[in-house]
Design a protein around this ligand. Structure first.
Ligand code: SF4
Length: 321
């Protein structure tokens, strides 16, 4: 249903050009969930905003590539046509629920407004009212609370309202950008479980953006790991979470997670920092931080070597292609 081909996105100001996404390709089938993982600045959110054509006006520019959704290249669509895609066919949940909710409007009115703006041609007022109640029921909030304002809800409940808004027009694709990061750990688990159940019930495909490998493991069918605007490893959950054949950056990401069953009081974080996106290194973009760096890595970009469902962008896997 969604295919991204060789996408390049920059942010251009008078002073500098940020190379935010540098040639990523991925695909998503109906009802599948893809996890996009990486540190801050890896290009995850820029990829999501590009799908919805919500990059900052005049600054965010798609330089190259295609985003094919149900056979149509979204990048060729006029803004008026994109309005019928956003919310109705592709919805997005942002990290901070407060930034998505209007503080001076009741939560019920906000969900109603979303449904009316996209489906007023096919639904009567009574249908819309019923749909609002149904969405509250689906996300586990009593419908009688629909006349309350966002400040009367806890963080987890607010995020449930945002999820109800995002799913209220039965989108085919839901993009969730760090949807549980602002919530405490127990509420995170509840919200994630609820999102999974709703996705199954409503047959929605999902792109889940997260820096948390635990969240991805609980939720996704496949994973793409991003670094400096590129996908450096991708595969099924089994490809990424099992076996010993991994990109050195992925090895570093897993080494940064505390393990309860190992007797060690130290983590092994990845040395160094994500490169400056206005001045990316030559060759492999991970080479300044890579413990396996070879001479060739400093000057040449590795290809994306694919074996079955598992792809890795690293010279260490060149001969296994
Ligand atoms: Fe490390 Fe070289 Fe592989 Fe890059 S290509 S991850 S520098 S070994």
């Amino acid at each position: 249903m969604l295919q991204i081909k060789d996408l390049h996105v920059i942010y251009k100001t008078d002073q500098e050009t940020v190379m935010a996404v540098n040639g990523i390709s991925l695909d998503l089938s109906p009802r599948e969930t893809l996890g996009l993982v990486g540190e801050t600045g890896a290009g995850k959110t820029t990829t999501a905003l590009s799908i919805l054509k919500l990059l900052p006006d005049k600054i965010g520019l798609v330089k190259k590539g295609e985003i094919i959704f149900n056979g149509e290249n979204l990048l060729d669509m006029k803004d008026t046509d994109m309005r019928s895609i956003r919310g109705r066919k592709i919805s997005m949940i942002f990290q901070d629920p407060m930034s998505s909710l209007n503080p001076i409007m009741t939560v019920g009115d906000q969900i109603e407004e979303v449904i009316e703006s996209h489906k007023s041609d096919t639904m009567t007022k009574a249908d819309v009212d019923n749909k609002v109640d149904e969405m509250f029921h689906l996300v586990g909030i009593p419908a009688k609370r629909k006349n309350e304002y966002p400040h009367q809800f806890s963080g987890g409940m607010k995020q449930r309202v945002v999820i109800a808004m995002a799913l209220s027009c039965d989108p085919e694709l839901l993009i969730a950008d760090e949807p549980t990061t602002a919530l405490d750990v127990t509420i995170q688990a509840q919200v994630l479980m609820m999102m999974n159940e709703l996705k199954e019930k409503l047959n929605t495909s999902m792109i889940l953006i997260s820096h948390d490998l635990g969240v991805i493991a609980q939720t996704c069918d496949k994973v793409a790991i991003m670094y400096a605007g590129e996908i450096i490893e991708s595969g099924t959950i089994e490809d990424i979470y099992t076996g010993d054949r991994h990109h050195p950056y992925t090895v570093g990401l897993f080494g940064s997670i505390p393990k309860l069953d190992e007797e060690t009081d130290r983590l092994s974080p990845i040395d160094g920092m994500m490169p400056d996106p206005t001045n990316l290194p030559e060759g492999c973009k991970f080479h300044p931080r890579c413990p396996n760096c070879m001479e060739v890595c400093r000057t040449r970009q590795p290809e994306y070597y694919v074996k079955n469902t598992h792809g890795i962008k690293c010279f260490l896997f060149e001969r296994e292609e």
